[in-house]
Write a protein that binds this ligand. Structure first.
Ligand code: F6P
Length: 325
């Protein structure tokens, strides 16, 4: 028989993402609403291993919904990848009488939860928290919309200087192995092209395309490049070498993409997912990621969320191609 839940632990893990605080707040308040106790675990799995844990009340999460980053701090724990590390984590859970865990994080964090749940009898619920939007089974991850808007703002600004100097800008964005940020920011900012890991890019074709635009009417071009495979520098160098007539510049947006106040979309998504995490535990769910598909809450087994590649809609690739003529 399953143990009745009285106390849950909540943590953020992996790269921080805007909206994580809104998720922590929702999990905390929904659990307390349900008369459960909440233990806040700091620095992800590291906090479980090292007993970095505090009791949370509804006030602990006041005035946090609008803040970027994560009030619980975060880490990518190497020790949790070892059986000894997971044993220590389990012992800490026992000490605090934590009956279930809610983990807010990306691929690696949910993979850790899956492994932990396979070894110990601990119900784990995952919330997709990453700017990369690369978790299968949910239309959006917490933080993706905010990062997308941040990138769009930056590209809008770069366009001002690009047009003033008649330059070609290669702008590198994050996304680890996924092109969602690159593809959709390219559409939103009206860029000429996006280079993403899910699609092949022929450098000659790209240069011809930029050249054609410039000969026609455009005096500048913007290409968004996903960070994988050498990123913006790699493509800029090749174009520079083979087409010296182009005045090429590179901007790497870097970690600024992870910061800032979450958008309304991310706050609402995080709030819904946080409440749904507690509902899922009440229903006896375990080892699932909570997602939203077609605006409906869904439960996605960890094995699917982390193992299956989330495809980029081909239609998005077509839209950018058509609109950048
Ligand atoms: O997964 C989120 C992410 O920001 C990726 O887009 C990026 O590749 C990575 O984390 C960067 O990690 P770090 O903050 O450790 O440099």
């Amino acid at each position: 028989m399953m143990k009745r839940i009285q106390t849950i632990g909540v943590m953020t893990s992996g790269g921080d993402a805007p909206g994580m605080n809104a998720a922590i707040r929702a999990v905390t308040r929904a659990a307390i609403f349900n008369n459960w106790k909440v233990k806040a675990i700091y620095k992800g799995y590291e906090g479980l291993i090292n007993n970095d844990i505090k009791d949370f009340t509804t006030e602990s999460v006041s005035n946090t919904i609008q803040r970027g980053g994560t009030i619980l701090k975060t880490a990518r724990s190497k020790e949790f990848m070892t059986p000894e590390g997971r044993r220590k984590a389990y012992d800490t859970m026992q000490m605090h009488q934590i009956d279930a865990l809610v983990i807010i994080g990306g691929n690696g964090s949910l993979a850790g939860a899956q492994e932990f749940a396979a070894e110990y009898d601990v119900p784990c619920i995952g919330l997709p928290g990453t700017i990369d939007n690369d978790l299968y089974g949910t239309d959006n991850t917490i933080g993706y919309d905010t990062a997308l808007n941040t990138i769009m703002d930056c590209v809008d600004k770069i366009r001002d200087t690009a047009t003033s100097h008649n330059r070609i800008f290669f702008i590198e964005v994050m996304g680890r192995d996924a092109g969602f940020l690159a593809q959709n920011s390219a559409i939103a900012a009206g860029a000429e092209a996006a280079i993403i890991p899910e699609d092949t890019t022929d450098i000659d074709q790209l240069a011809q395309f930029i050249g054609r635009g410039i000969r026609k009417s455009k005096n500048s071009s913007i290409v968004i490049v996903s960070e994988k495979d050498g990123g913006a520098m790699h493509y800029a160098e090749r174009v520079r070498k083979e087409y010296p007539e182009f005045d090429v510049r590179v901007t790497i947006l870097g970690h600024l993409q992870r910061g800032g106040m979450p958008t309304a979309f991310d706050r609402i998504l995080a709030s819904r997912l946080g409440v749904a995490a507690i509902e899922a535990l009440k229903e006896g769910q375990r080892n699932v990621m909570i997602g939203v598909r077609n605006d409906q809450i869904v439960y996605v087994p960890f094995s699917k969320a982390i193992k299956i590649d989330k495809p980029i809609d081909k239609e998005l690739i077509d839209v950018l191609n058509i609109l950048s003529i």
